[in-house]
Ligand binder design. Structure first.
Ligand SMILES: *Cc1c(COP(=O)(O)O)cnc(C)c1O
Length: 429
């Protein structure tokens, strides 16, 4: 028996034919004629989310204020109800997750609530490759506690500009660190950190640890309870496809239930007495206490629709296909000679499955220009400074054939030199 030619178009088609998740593609509004590889930045709209938003509009239209208690589901407890469903996706008990706020707001809320500099233990530890919003939030949290970010925010450096080594992070967990905040998946290189190992290390050294999972929820399984993380925050508009600016979510470890949130609001009040309108704040006994304001109904309705797809497909199957698709892309690039001259594409993402999130970082000196040339050829990717093109196959909607075509376009762009027509400036996103 001979091995099949794995770089052919026919082979790509055969992978699609054998794909158990293939049927989910039709649940999405795919962009006509475009290959969409940017779902790690903004997921596409599903028919399910579309219908759920319209149903929420209808409910508002027909019920007015009665929707708070009589909506289907009732709006008043929607953050908790969605949290319960989201909890199953992230390996958490139903009371530990609430759908509320947005990533940066939830980060402020959780760091503000758990970061208590005391004695010599005053530092927050993060990494030099973090998403900028997280760094802005951490600096302002340090200042709010009377600290100076120049001393009290420590960033673990990267040795190669792409990844951060777990042993470097652990070595930086010295006894002046009060709280560690890390990304599950680095937004640029796609490196997946070893969450259980780092969580255990932080606890052994007497620090609390929280995780920003904006780049991992919806792409891979989580086990927040088992890993024993103190808290986690994430958004629902990337892999969870709930729409631009849609409401995010947070996880609180049950050991912190009952602590006073840094930013209290009436939406975190115990629900059975919220309308007593007392001035003395009495929080919910679970993660719901960290809600601040009235839930944004329309951007929560889309989460409702979106989650139903994840419940049907199963996150383990999604992860299996995601890894297989990124493996396939790597193989096509390497076996096709695209990592060699004159193409010069480098894979900037760790290759081991346990160290890789949902997207691939392709590095090239002319990445900014190549990204624009790809978009002009209807392959939707994004560019991240200084030299990264991010390609995110989305297990629920990307076909192997699209990945095969993407690699042909990567080849053609260099062969024609058409990327050289673009100036080296990036567009706004
Ligand atoms: C996308 C992302 C954010 C975005 O924060 P918002 O508050 O939703 O704008 C923050 N942190 C990380 C790591 C992200 O990937």
């Amino acid at each position: 028996m001979t091995e099949p030619d794995t770089d052919t178009e026919a082979y790509a088609r055969s992978l699609d034919a054998a794909d158990p998740l293939a049927r989910f593609r039709e649940r999405f509004h795919m962009l006509p004629e475009r290959i969409y590889l940017d779902g790690n930045s903004l997921g596409l709209l599903s028919h399910d989310a579309d219908a759920a938003v319209l149903a929420a509009m209808q409910s508002w239209k027909e019920q007015g204020i009665n929707g708070w208690l009589e909506g289907d589901p009732p709006w008043f407890t929607l953050g908790e109800a969605l949290g319960e469903r989201m909890a199953a996706l992230v390996g958490a008990g139903p009371e530990s997750v609430v759908v509320t706020g947005t990533t940066t707001v939830n980060l402020h809320q959780m760091v503000g609530s758990l970061y208590r500099p005391q004695g010599q233990r005053r530092k927050i530890l993060a990494t030099a490759l973090d998403f900028p919003s997280d760094i802005y939030a951490l600096k302002s949290q340090v200042r709010l506690q009377g600290g100076d970010p120049a001393h009290d925010l420590a960033l673990v450096p990267s040795r190669d500009g792409r990844t951060v080594k777990e042993e470097d992070i652990i070595a930086a967990m010295t006894d002046d660190v009060a709280l560690v905040l890390l990304p599950s998946v680095l937004y640029r290189s796609g490196q997946l950190l070893d969450i259980p190992r780092l969580t255990e290390a932080a606890h052994q050294r007497g620090a609390l640890i929280g995780w920003d999972c904006a780049h991992s929820v919806g792409a891979l399984p989580h086990a927040f309870d088992e890993w024993d993380v103190d808290f986690a925050v994430w958004c629902s508009y990337k892999y969870l496809n709930a729409g631009p600016g849609a409401v995010g979510a947070l996880y609180v470890n049950p050991r912190h239930f009952g602590r006073e949130p840094a930013l209290a609001g009436w939406w975190g009040y115990r629900k059975d007495q919220q309308f007593e309108m007392a001035h003395h704040w009495e929080g919910a006994s679970h993660a719901g206490a960290w809600q601040i304001s009235t839930i944004p109904l329309l951007s929560s309705a889309s989460v409702l629709g979106s989650l139903s797809i994840f419940e049907e497909a199963g996150i383990d199957a999604i992860r299996a296909k995601s890894l297989d698709q990124t493996d396939y892309l790597i193989r096509l690039i390497e076996d096709g000679g695209l990592a060699d001259e004159p193409y010069g594409y480098r894979i900037g993402t760790p290759q081991q499955h346990s160290r890789r999130g949902g997207h691939l970082a392709i590095e090239h000196e002319a990445a900014a220009q190549i990204a624009r040339a790809l978009i002009a050829r209807k392959v939707i990717v994004d560019f991240r400074k200084p030299n990264v093109i991010r390609l995110a196959p989305i297990a629920l909607s990307t076909t192997y054939h699209e990945l095969w075509r993407t690699v042909q376009v990567l080849r053609t762009v260099i062969e024609t030199g058409e990327h050289l027509e673009y100036a080296e400036v990036r567009s706004v996103t």
